[in-house]
Design a protein around this ligand. Structure first.
Ligand code: SAM
Length: 225
């Protein structure tokens, strides 16, 4: 998978893309990242990318020209049809189903906004998806893009390895995952459930399924509906 990120703050991505699973995924050639400052596509002599809103009001609005040209630059040499994703609080609420859907794609382009928002023509004529990471307002789309990229890349084949397969994770099964325990079996009087020490794999699987259902019922009954 190829992931292109358009942002005014490329340095924000250095730590996240260069660490942990996202870094390993690139080393395994499951993904390649490019982070581009779309200011470099501005045709304005001061390299401005924003302007005052027509009709007045607070805040600056990102202009269409630098973003349209940056996307053309990313797509002109490829024959893949990328998903062009705009991060915005008014978009479709992101979830595991959407991560699974995006993980099937070959090429994703993320557009990170800032300031008051985007010129509406970007939404209407350029993007294929508008994604919100939740009902709150962030300063910019960068953190949203990182959240989406992390959840998509860990689903790519070979990235997590078999024993860490994401198929058992919360939401992938439609339920929350069961509780986990590790050594010691008795920590300051707090004991690991006997069944997990029993060695009886059928019983362990049954216990995990029950716990998973119980957790989901208690914490996220909406998932059972
Ligand atoms: C300050 S916000 C603009 C909010 C806009 N004025 C509104 O009310 O819808 C600036 C940028 O942050 C990003 N952003 C803010 N909240 C977000 C969210 N919940 N999910 C994804 N991106 C978000 C978007 O890229 C947005 O253009």
């Amino acid at each position: 998978m190829k992931i292109d990120i358009l942002t005014l703050f490329p340095e924000m991505f250095t730590g996240v893309l260069g660490s942990s699973i996202l870094k390993k995924a690139e080393e395994k050639e499951a993904v390649s990242y490019s982070v581009e400052n779309f200011r470099r596509f501005s045709k304005n002599k001061h390299h401005a990318v924003d302007d005052y809103p027509y009709g007045g009001g607070a805040g600056m609005v990102l202009q269409p020209q630098p973003i349209f040209d940056a996307v053309s630059h990313l797509t002109e040499k490829t024959d893949t049809k990328p998903r062009i994703i705009l991060l915005c609080p008014q978009g479709e609420r992101f979830d595991q189903r959407k991560a699974e859907e995006l993980a099937q794609e070959k090429h994703l382009i993320f557009i990170c906004g800032h300031y008051e928002g985007y010129d509406e023509r970007i939404r209407e004529h350029l993007v294929t998806d508008e994604i919100s990471i939740g009902d709150y307002v962030l300063t910019g789309g960068e953190l949203g893009a990182m959240v989406v990229i992390d959840s998509v890349v860990r689903l790519l084949p070979g990235v997590l390895g078999n024993e860490n397969s994401p198929i058992h994770d919360s939401f992938s099964t439609g339920l929350l995952e069961h509780p986990h325990y590790t050594r010691p079996a008795d920590f300051r009087g707090m004991k690991v459930p006997d069944v997990l020490l029993s060695g009886n794999h059928a019983k362990i699987a049954e216990w995990r399924k029950e716990q998973s259902l119980k957790r989901t019922r208690e914490r996220r009954p909406d998932l059972l509906e």
